[in-house]
Design a protein around this ligand. Sequence first.
Ligand SMILES: [Zn+2]
Length: 482
Amino acid sequence: MSSAANRFALLLVTGLAAGCGAPEGVWPGGDVVLVSIDTLRADALSCYGNPRGTSPGLDRLAAGGLRFEHVLSQAPNTATSHATLFTGLEPWTHRVANISSLEHGTPGLHPDFVTLAEHFADAGYHTAALTDGGPLGASWDLLQGFQTVHAQFEDVAERVDEALELLDEDDDRPLFLFVHTYEVHEPYLPPAPYLERFAGDYEGPLLEALDEVRAEQAQAGARPNGRRMLLGRESFTADDVAFLHSLYEAEVAYADAELARLWPALIERDALIAVTSDHGEEFGEHGEFGHKQLHVETLRVPLILRLPGGAEAGRVVTMPISLIDLHPTLLRAAGLEPAKWTGGIDLLALGRGEVDGGRPSFASTNEHIHPSTASVPWQRSLRTSDLTFIESIEDGGTGRHMVTSYEASDVSEQAPIFERELRTTDRVSLRVSGPAQLLGEHFWELEGIRQQILRDGNGVVTLRASDSKTVEELRALGYVER
Ligand SMILES: [Zn+2]
């Protein structure tokens, strides 16, 4: 958009704010702050049922705003999920992959997609991103539209200090601020008081591993390899798993306490605050640790919206929604219009009963897209009000095709009702047998949308080599073992 158009958009926005009367649930020209607590599964927060008092700060924020009880991410990893958060597009539309192609260049976000930051910048906002780097550094092109960028790993306390400084120095323009932290991501290294409170009674072999990781951190002065706690171990006892989970909860409690210093400053500005995560974390529920699979523990995330004026305070929305819905929600709340191809629904309009909820939620990994990783299985999932499907197709989508299905009422996805390899003929029969029909048809339809975007030139995969700094940041997160 030209600068003249920028000014027009700003005038339009301020004109509405000055008394033309904004519609209900629209706050034109107001500050918007999006906080991504990377790797935060919903049930780690006490307002989502965690019994250990992990999140008094976020609980208070939720009590003063809207809390969405059932929120599913569209990808189990950072780059892909944030690309969805920023663009409002499904993973197979924006085609941003996470890290398996690191050594060969990474499919980043194509510049033709319009991000939240670009929408806000075009409307005259100051757009600022304070991130912990990795996929939210330079190499994935995810920070398109941010005028102020600081992408560097920091402790969450430093991240909050930095955000408070930015608020102090801010100019007269409305602000779109993105704050991101890897504090609760591996390696889980909570400060001593939190370690003691949440995990102090464990005496098993992982204590030694924890000491090694801490020593590595002290020696390097930086984040150690995130997977050190897990590497080289054939199996974990129930106590080991409980210890890992407790370390994670301790990190959540620490992050919550530090972020609680930020909320009053944002509420004083009457900002719209959205707090969420890109994906959850698995602790062996389905045999893996970290965030690889498409089960509910890696996809269910929190979403808290603190609205200007404290609107809708204390309301809890139980209708299942998806992270893809946040993009249109934030734009419409600021009086802006998302691009026409954006997916998702306006969650505030959902709350007012103006749009239907209960839509299917999709998730996908995108690692198979890159030519060098074409043999990586393509995993995708679909959740409807009745059923959950999780698929894995070998050889980048062309090989052996495994499907697992659960009743939606099986909330922890422990008792599959269907689990087997499919052949082409099986797919046909699955498609015509009740609710499963949606699986084939909807993916087919999405495939069509993707191909159309490719023809329009919007979906061309951008390849760029990753720099050594990014490789180091990813090693710290545990993604690079060499
Ligand atoms: Zn992440």
